[in-house]
Write a protein of this length. Sequence first.
Length: 131
Amino acid sequence: MNEGIELHDSELVAITCSNGEAIVLLSPAYIHRTVGRPGVDSGSGWLQPATLTISSASLTSMPKLLPATISDGFLRIGTEHHSNVIPASGTFADVIELSIVLGTSEALTIRGQRIRIQLHDEPSFVENFKQ
């Protein structure tokens, strides 16, 4: 089963910065599970907390009003561009750029050298859907 985090259906709860790391908490994150391509093919939707930890992080903008629903975003890992649907787990080392636009029109942009994406707790089923 393949899974990805759909940014536009997730909630940004907190951002903390410490020791050169930026930690982004999505709670809940909307997880698309499918035998095909997350965000594209039929599958199921789940809610689950997720943490994105970016090393050697620099923030170019920071939202003031949290929590907030994410309306759009992307994750760039080297030359790979993940528009709205990002990997649900794993560690990736390369040039990293996370860009999020909130429903409040505020934006978050974090650049770094490595990202670790982790899901926490048990997922909650939301829906089955067909594309």
